[in-house]
Design a protein around this ligand. Sequence first.
Ligand code: DQA
Length: 147
Amino acid sequence: MPDTIHVLNGPNLNLLGTREPAIYGAATLADVEALCRAACESHGLDLVFRQTNHEGTLVEHIQEARGACGIVLNAAAYTHTSVAVRDAIGGCGVPTVEVHLSNVFAREDFRHHSYITPVARGVICGFGPQSYVLGIAALAAGRTKPA
Ligand code: DQA
C-alpha cells in the first residue's frame, strides 16, 4: 500500500475523447490510465485508477486511499465547488497533487478558484494527459523511501 498511487477522477472525465475535444483533446480515460500505469511502473509504484461522477463516491475514493504514498486528483468540476472533497483530502493525510488536463487559469473566471489547492502539495494543469504523468513523477520524487 505505501508504494501505491491512487489516480482519482471526478465527473465527466469518463467522456474524455468525445467531450469538448478542442479543450480536453482526443485521448480517452483508458488512454490516460495506460499512461499513468506506465509512469507508475517506471517509478516502481502500483496504481489504483478510478473515476466517478458522484461527489460522495469521490470522497469515498479519497478515504480509501489512506495509507497510499500519494494521490493524483483531477476532481474536475468539484475542484471549483466541493468543500467535501477538500475536507477529504485534508483529512486523509496522503500527499496529493491536483491535476487538470486544461489550463484552468486561461479559461472562465469560475475555474480560477480551487477548493483543493490549499490542501494539495501542488498543482499541475494545462498539459493534457501529461499533467497526470507529471503529477506521478512529482509524488515519486517526494516519496519517503522505507529504511
Ligand atoms: C478539468 C477542468 C475543470 O474546470 C472542468 O470542470 C473539468 C476538467 C480539467 O481536467 O481540465 O471537468 O478538471
